[in-house]
Design a protein around this ligand. Structure first.
Ligand code: SAH
Length: 499
């Protein structure tokens, strides 16, 4: 039996514009086949062993022929359960989604579609342009600007006569021809027009004018693909409706060095405020134990008076292994549970477990302060966490109790290139680990470049680590919390950060 292919619309760009259904599919996918305009942030939602296949093209390069993409989908569906074909905007708006659906139908492969927010509507909304409005346009028309040389298939007489908003996709190289044709066929030359580049992304740029001036302005500002061309008086509403370009972090590109694998709430907050975030380096979690080994460990749990979890990931892997070994939470009833960090405590709660002790930070001294009262000669404590942290703590905690390291995973840093440090307006360090991770993947030249950049720190401990690396903290958040770091970024953006 072959698997299923889902044609999923990724929305115009900003990751938050993905639908809930699309997100669920991305998290379950065995394979994701994606295009150039899809924001790579979305791919971070994939599960650990999901395969990625890129079928996009750079503007100047040859595209992968459509028939080849269709073959890839068919082939992958025969090997895997769930294949996601992720396309920008909506899969059926000039995305050749219909053709891919036909090919899958012909091959007898089940498929579904998850519609997306098309750039033709949602992208323009992000530029403050509503596609319809009672006073200006009672219809809108989405047209391909990809005019084949010599055989122009568009009926310009009809297009020029339409009263509604005209939206051209894939039309940037044809902009002069589009404007000239519309004027020549009778559209008023002073009809308002706009071009929106990289709509809904922090790098969005918009120029406005009318049919006679827009080409010159686009050339002057060097606006290029991907771009939306919109013709119609709705463009004039932009002054009132332009919420996105006025967002506090709009056009700010922030480097957020990663502290751990998985989603980043801080990144989501910065994006929601109009900023663009690069999470770097990538961190992959590698599970460390074979099921048989884990079963043996789970069978020995009653020996341990205390289980100390060093991270939320450790909790998930531990409980998964517990369930797989045929046991459940009841096997933990004789042990005290200690969580390092709020997220670890919350993860335990998700599994119906209340932490007995919460330790705020993963430092041997602080753990000792919180736990030493319970530790006597011979108390056995199981340290469940990453390979690095469990080894470190087993080494540093020492004393009366006996510590056994249970390394559940290893964090592997992935320095995916290309990476250009100079394009960032600021670097936000959210923990000491984020500082260490970034520095461990940067070259000597890059580290030198970091000295001239604005380094923002979440709090005193992170600042100390930054300084220990020979770098200068530009500003430190007032309270050592993510929201305080965001407040600092907004303050900076309003004052001195370049636009
Ligand atoms: N299915 C997509 C369109 C694919 S065709 C959708 O529904 O949006 C590709 C064209 O879409 C590009 O040439 C450009 O004109 C437009 N486009 C897509 N995303 C865009 C974005 N974020 N900003 C500007 N134009 C975009």
């Amino acid at each position: 039996m072959s698997g299923k292919v889902v044609l999923v619309g990724a929305g115009p760009g900003e990751a938050g514009l993905l639908t809930v259904k699309a997100l669920e599919f991305l998290r379950q996918a065995d394979v994701i086949v994606y295009d150039r305009l899809v924001d790579p942030v979305l791919l971070q939602e994939r599960k650990q062993d999901c395969e990625l296949i890129y079928v996009g093209k750079e503007p100047s390069h040859h595209p992968i022929p459509q028939s080849e993409i269709e073959q890839i989908l068919v082939k992958q569906a025969k090997r895997n359960k769930l294949v996601i074909r992720l396309k920008s905007g909506d899969p059926y708006v000039f995305g050749r989604g219909g053709e891919e659906g036909e090919a899958l139908h012909a091959a007898g492969i089940p498929f579904e579609v998850v519609p997306g927010v098309t750039s033709a509507i949602g992208g323009l909304a992000y530029a403050g342009i509503p596609v319809t409005h009672r006073d200006f346009a009672s219809s809108f028309h989405v047209i391909t600007g990809h005019l084949k040389e010599g055989s122009d298939p568009l009926d310009w007489t009809s297009l020029a006569r339409l009263e509604g908003t005209l939206i051209f996709l894939m039309g940037m190289t044809q902009l002069p021809a589009i404007c000239a044709n519309l004027i020549q066929h009778g559209r008023r030359p002073d009809t308002a027009a706009a071009v929106v580049e990289w709509a809904s992304r922090s790098r969005q740029r918009t120029v406005t004018g009318d049919l006679t001036t827009i080409c010159g302005k686009v050339a002057e500002e060097k606006i290029g693909a991907p771009g939306l061309i919109v013709v119609g008086d709705v463009v004039k509403l932009r002054d009132k409706l332009n919420f996105f370009e006025r967002a506090p972090l709009f056009r700010k590109h922030i480097l957020l060095p990663r502290a751990r694998a998985g989603r980043s709430d801080l990144a989501a907050k910065i994006t929601a405020l109009g900023g663009e975030v690069t999470l770097y380096p990538g961190i992959r979690m590698e599970k460390l134990h074979e099921p048989a080994q884990m079963n043996a460990i789970m069978a020995s749990l009653p020996e341990y008076e205390e289980i100390l979890f060093t991270s939320a990931e450790a909790v998930s892997l531990f409980i998964e292994a517990l369930l797989e070994s045929g046991k459940d939470n009841r096997a933990l009833s004789g042990s005290r549970l200690t969580a390092i960090g709020k997220q670890t405590k919350e993860k335990l709660r998700e599994y119906g477990l209340a932490a007995d002790i919460l330790v705020t930070r993963r430092s041997a001294d602080i753990i000792r302060q919180a736990c030493a009262g319970n530790w006597r000669q011979g108390t056995k404590v199981l340290l469940a966490g990453s390979e690095k942290h469990t080894a470190q703590l087993a080494d540093e905690l020492g004393g009366a109790a006996e510590f056994a390291a249970l390394p559940l995973y290893r964090e592997v840093l992935e320095a995916e290139l290309p990476f250009d440090l100079s394009k960032f307006d600021a670097v936000c360090f959210s923990s000491s680990a984020s500082v260490e991770h970034l520095l461990s993947v940067l070259s000597a030249e890059e580290q030198a470049l970091l000295r001239s950049m604005k380094l923002l720190s979440i709090g005193p401990l992170t600042s100390r680590t930054i300084r220990e690396q020979g770098l200068k903290v530009y500003r430190e958040a007032k309270a050592a919390q993510p929201d305080s770091l965001i407040a600092l970024l907004i303050e900076e953006a309003g004052e001195v950060m370049p636009t």
